[in-house]
Design a protein around this ligand. Structure first.
Ligand code: FES
Length: 240
């Protein structure tokens, strides 16, 4: 793994109960490398307790700025959520393969939940920069996030259905396995043939293919989210 990077907290905002948006000032190379689909392994605490870093999607928000979205779910994420401006945060990354939109994508459909939201936001930024239209499907309880975090040009849809798939020419679903599973079912039932990718949340621990903690089952066999993913053909995913 490469040397640790350092980010200085510029702002922290609680965007929904228990969900915090941290903006970090980083080296320009970190921000430039923070393409959609990449994540950082963020160290927790001042010493080695907790020991394992937490994987968080990164979103480039400026020439030397990245955003992390932290959902408080335990001691580590609580520590991160308590950071204040000028605090320092150590991390490794960005890691993982950057996502490439299919050629000639003009209408990008995004779906997922809060655990995939920062990746979805980065994808939305990227697609809008390229001139595409973007629509986003979130669970009802997460749609109020839209005014705080989403680029204004993104349309928020109430649900993933065949009409939304008919409008789109590519789909990415990022979130918990249940959400990705739901998208697989809708895609199958609609008989849509658009390129479709799933990024199911996997417990990434080492981030370098060493621990086999992030296995994702596909029709072609087991794959590792951290080095083979994070995106997999949505039609190829298998749930056992
Ligand atoms: S996180 Fe260790 S193999 Fe993927």
């Amino acid at each position: 793994m490469s040397a640790a990077e350092l980010g200085v907290v510029r702002a922290v905002e609680e965007v929904q109960e228990g969900l915090y948006n941290l903006e970090l000032v980083t080296a320009p190379r970190v921000a430039q490398g923070s393409a959609p689909g990449r994540y950082a392994m963020v160290s927790i605490g001042e010493d080695t307790d907790p020991f394992l870093p937490r994987p968080l999607w990164v979103r480039r928000t400026g020439d030397s700025l990245v955003g992390l979205l932290v959902q408080v779910a335990g001691r580590g994420t609580e520590w991160l959520a308590r950071r204040r401006p000028r605090d320092r945060v150590r991390f490794y990354g960005p890691l993982g393969k950057p996502l490439q939109l299919p050629p000639r994508t003009q209408r990008l459909l995004l779906a997922g939940d809060t655990c995939g939201l920062n990746c979805l936001l980065a994808l939305a930024d990227h697609a809008l920069d390229g001139g595409a239209e973007v629509a986003l499907v979130l669970p009802a309880q997460d749609t109020r996030l839209s005014t705080r975090l989403l680029p204004p040009d993104v349309e928020v849809l109430p649900g993933l259905d065949s009409d939304a798939l008919q409008w789109a020419d590519a789909l990415y679903c990022v979130g918990s396995p249940g959400v990705v599973l739901g998208a697989m079912g809708t895609l199958r039932d609609s008989r849509s043939r658009i390129p479709a990718y799933g990024l199911p949340h996997a417990p990434i621990a080492c981030g370098v293919g060493a621990c086999y903690g992030c296995v994702v089952e596909t029709r072609k066999g087991a794959r590792l989210s951290c080095v083979d993913g994070p995106a997999f053909d949505l039609r190829e995913l298998v749930w056992t």
